[in-house]
Write a protein that binds this ligand. Structure first.
Ligand SMILES: [Ca+2]
Ligand SMILES: [Ca+2]
Ligand SMILES: [Ca+2]
Ligand SMILES: [Ca+2]
Length: 414
């Protein structure tokens, strides 16, 4: 009896798997049934050799309607300015700016964070940088196309020297002007001062205005994201706190122009997050907090993690994700276009990249595990994805840097 039941279950499972594979094969258009989808490298034209930390962004830099890749200046490079790689069907094309001094950028920069938005609404994307140990810089395009020339715009003096390498552009108050959110990098050494924490640079008709978020003093980290977690219509801020005594990963509007950290109820102790994203993984219209949690293996709190905020506490939606401390970059996107997001996680120093999918019981299962050759000694910093207009097939990008070399790599889900 038991054997027969197992037999029937096995047949049923096999049938279901076949149907699922057939379904996704149709969706992919032309793929043989039974052939598992995978991350296929599409890195032709992307750079190898420099230290490609810390950050990159996607924006249409040449006006052809397709988003391109813009990197932060690589560290210790001979070309320390942003780099633009135009996205073509199966490859990337470095923006053709060789003839220009600094490729059209006004000067050399250190490495750091980058974000792109059309801050002045002139139809051309602008670039904001958060340069390590220097501060925030805003670059406007004074020409046409990716070679600019780019020119620095003056920002309030306090923000110019705001030490950060985590920056994101988002309209924080619904006036259709893109604002900027920044997070302090490591606290200042020796002088006893706290890092300023989180700040919003408001893009107002009369100029830029700096708001330091009260209560965030001393917070620091390498990643910041904006999304909608509590459904109040005011964008929320997620930060990758690297202080294991400050698990203040989510900041919500208090409705009076101030911001408050969500409490840590439901989160494990001693968490630090190398990277952070806000994405709706359970499709209830509100974003979940997705983190690349690192730290000591003894804490058993690391790995790609997903948490849902209900207004009072956090609930872990991480069941099935590995509890490891190797993870750095994480992102969530619907790779197979079945309406449910997958999680993509990259390792810190082993070159591994893994994809986890949502199973019918709400847990996560590993879909793909691949190894980037030669990346064992390099650290991953970020993993991000975007969906090109022409193919609708998601592209995943990751950046790597070790002591003497690094690279940017991209994959397509197919
Ligand atoms: Ca483009
Ligand atoms: Ca705004
Ligand atoms: Ca909100
Ligand atoms: Ca949700």
């Amino acid at each position: 009896m038991a054997t027969e039941r197992r037999g029937k279950t096995a047949v049923l499972v096999t049938a279901m798997v076949s149907i699922l594979m057939l379904g996704s094969a149709c969706d992919r258009g032309g793929k043989q049934a039974g052939q598992a989808a995978n991350l296929v490298e599409v890195a032709a034209g992307l750079p190898v050799g420099d230290l490609w930390r810390q950050d990159f962004a996607f924006a249409d830099m040449d006006g052809d309607g397709e988003r391109d890749l813009i990197t932060a200046p690589p560290r210790k490079s001979k070309e320390p300015w942003p780099h633009i790689f135009l996205h073509r069907q199966d490859r990337w094309e470095p923006a053709p700016c060789d003839e220009l001094v600094h490729r059209g950028f006004p000067r050399e920069y250190g490495y750091g964070g980058i974000t792109v938005a059309d801050f002045d609404a002139d139809g051309k994307p602008d670039i904001a940088l958060a340069i390590h140990e220097v501060g925030i810089r805003l670059l406007k395009n004074r020409g046409q196309g990716p070679c600019g020339p780019w020119e620095e715009e003056t920002l309030p003096r306090e923000i110019q020297s705001f030490h950060s390498r985590a920056i994101v552009a988002a309209d924080m108050n619904g006036d259709r002007r893109a604002d900027i959110v920044v997070l302090s990098e490591a606290p200042p050494l020796n002088d006893g001062r706290d890092a300023p924490g989180i700040a919003i640079l408001w893009n107002e008709p009369g100029g830029w205005r700096l708001q330091s978020i009260l209560g965030s003093e001393g917070l620091f980290g390498d990643d910041v994201a904006v999304g909608e977690v509590n459904g109040d219509g005011v964008p929320d801020i997620a930060i990758g706190s690297l202080s294991d005594s400050r698990p203040q990963f989510l900041w919500l509007s208090d409705g009076k122009g101030g911001w408050q950290a969500a409490n840590a109820t439901g989160l494990p102790e001693f968490m630090i997050a190398w990277s952070v994203q806000l994405a709706d993984v359970d499709n209830d219209g509100k974003d979940e907090l997705i983190m690349g949690v690192g730290g000591a293996p003894v804490r058993k709190n690391g790995g790609p993690r997903v948490y849902r905020w209900d207004g009072e506490k956090w609930t872990s939606l991480s069941q099935g994700l590995p509890q490891v401390s190797w993870v750095c970059g994480v992102t969530a996107t619907d790779l197979d276009r079945d309406g449910k997001k997958e999680i993509i996680a990259a390792t810190m120093y082993t070159g591994e990249v893994r994809v986890y999918g949502q199973l019918p019981d709400g847990t996560w299962g590993e879909r793909v595990s691949l190894k980037v050759p030669g990346e064992e000694k390099q650290r991953n910093y970020k993993v991000r994805a975007f969906v090109p207009n022409d193919s609708q097939v998601p592209i995943v990008v990751a950046n790597y840097a070790g002591e003497g070399t690094g690279r940017i790599i991209a994959w397509r889900w197919q």
